[in-house]
Write a protein that binds this ligand. Structure first.
Ligand code: HEC
Ligand code: HEC
Length: 418
């Protein structure tokens, strides 16, 4: 099918789905539940609530672009080839109910292996989720923690494969190394599909709340000519923008310079100074003994929009509504206890370099403030060598006596250090 044909078929589907839902008043059995929680979050800030008719409209347009949990589609975007990040054959292996296709191949991999934690929509709120700490990832923010790319960039294919191969130590996320390679590939494509779809949905909700008059539709099936084209351009524009970030993620992999050839007897004390110093200031969150008891009342990005630290009492009613709509009870995000010898994002030195240099997206853990390459020596900021010293110090902590870090750098002398 060429692009024009496909576009026409999209318009046709949009109209057909609209007609079918209007007539029967229901859609397929397993469908993607709308992100009602995010709509309520928007409602709290803007006072605008979408009507039932507008919900249906949003659902139809998402379905026209992304299909359903049983029949996924890859959105067709002019001039953007998505097959590298969303391959329809792989999506079809991962999607649908657990079973085999006509060719005898396993399908329904996502629902078999991931759905009970990550949920059908990828909202991270499957039936098992509320019993877990940390909660499973809600993919619909497009935010991932443990990756090689810059903080705001999505993970690469290799990053996602690593997560599936290794799991996330110290959390409920298991390793799927024993699944055949092609099944893991299908799952990686499906995670991206849920992430892109979820982010598009959030932006369209924002668009709805921000620009549509009460009672009107953002995607009016009766619209014609220019206004129809404008409506479709909007979804295509939003989708292209998000998909583009995934396509170009490999360009944003942060290069890791080699570890300086210096003995641990030098790098560990230097790392300790930096840990307590004003520039890196790791002590602020991880605490003077690095057991993670510094700032403990912060939230991660997923929970942040559900809480209101300033007015908790006035906010209670909203929180109740979010939870009634499927949100998991928000919990404060504790900085990691660095003495347990468990590294969620991987224990190779390169993983720790990315964690400390890039920060951990979606969490309070910041990217290191690095010195520009051409900055004068007295300029503030860390160098790549400093990051390696911090890594050596962090890796020494599980073997260090608990009192030593604090004793060496009590709060009184910490200000004099860099
Ligand atoms: C038993 C529950 C459970 C199952 C089953 C599970 N996960 Fe997870 N998953 C988690 C938890 C918990 C986290 C969050 C860990 C954290 O935040 O540190 C997570 C995080 C992730 C992440 C995010 C990694 C990042 O860098 O942010 C990906 C991707 C992921 N899971 C994919 C999958 C896929 C694909 C499957 C199925 C093949 C799956 N998970 C099955 C619990 C689970
Ligand atoms: C603003 C608070 C904050 C600061 C400052 C901070 N961290 Fe963190 N750090 C966190 C939080 C929160 C986590 C847990 C994130 C998660 O895994 O979801 C974390 C996790 C980590 C991890 C665990 C990574 C893994 O793979 O398990 C390491 C290592 C770490 N921090 C080192 C450092 C170092 C070194 C510094 C100073 C350069 C630092 N942190 C500064 C909040 C902070």
């Amino acid at each position: 099918m060429n692009t024009t044909e496909h576009r026409n078929s999209l318009v046709a589907t949009l109209l057909a789905v609209a007609a079918a839902t209007t007539l029967s008043g229901c859609s397929s059995e397993t469908d993607f539940r709308l992100n009602y929680v995010h709509m309520q979050v928007q409602e709290k800030t803007t006072g605008v609530a979408l009507s039932d008719r507008q919900h249906t409209n949003l659902k139809e347009v998402l379905e026209a672009y992304f299909g359903t949990p049983d029949e996924p589609r890859v959105p067709q975007l002019d001039g953007v080839d998505l097959s590298g990040v969303l391959d329809i054959r792989k999506l079809k292996m991962a999607a649908g109910p657990v079973g085999r296709n006509e060719a005898g191949r396993k399908i329904g991999l996502y629902r078999e292996h991931c759905g009970h934690c990550h949920g059908v929509t990828g909202d991270g709120a499957g039936p098992t989720a509320k019993f877990l700490n940390p909660y499973p990832r809600d993919f619909r923010r497009g935010l991932f923690k443990f990756k090689s790319t810059a903080r705001t960039t999505p993970p690469t294919t290799e990053d996602l494969h690593r997560i599936l191969d290794e799991g996330i130590p110290d959390t409920a996320m298991p390793s799927f190394r024993l699944l055949p390679e092609n099944e893991r590939e299908a799952l990686v494509h499906y995670v991206r599909y849920l992430a892109i779809r979820g982010e598009v949905e959030r932006l369209l909700i924002f668009e709805y709340v921000d620009t549509v008059d009460e009672g009107s539709l953002l995607f009016d099936p009766a619209a014609e000519g220019d206004s129809k084209a404008e409506q479709l351009d909007l979804v295509r524009g939003v989708t292209s923008e998000i998909a583009e970030k995934w396509l170009t993620a490999p360009d944003d992999v942060v290069p890791v310079p080699p570890r300086p050839d210096r003995p641990l007897a030098e790098t560990i004390p230097r790392g300790r100074d930096l840990f307590f110093g004003a520039v890196a200031n790791c002590v602020k969150c991880h605490g003077p003994t690095a057991i993670g008891d510094g700032v403990t009342d912060d939230f991660d990005e997923w929970s942040k929009e559900l809480v209101d630290k300033q007015n908790p009492t006035a906010h209670e009613e909203w929180l109740r509504r979010y939870v009634a709509n499927g949100a998991l009870e928000p919990r404060p995000m504790k900085p990691r206890n660095l003495r347990t010898n468990a590294y969620r994002g991987g224990r190779r030195p390169i993983d720790l370099y990315w964690r400390i240099h890039n920060g951990i997206a979606g969490t309070p853990m910041p990217a290191a403030s690095m010195k520009q390459a051409d900055a004068p020596p007295e300029a503030k900021g860390l160098t790549a060598d400093d990051v390696w010293c911090l890594i050596d110090y962090v890796r020494s902590l599980p073997y260090d006596s608990l009192s030593r870090a604090a004793a060496a750098h009590g709060p009184t002398n910490q200000r004099e250090r860099q």
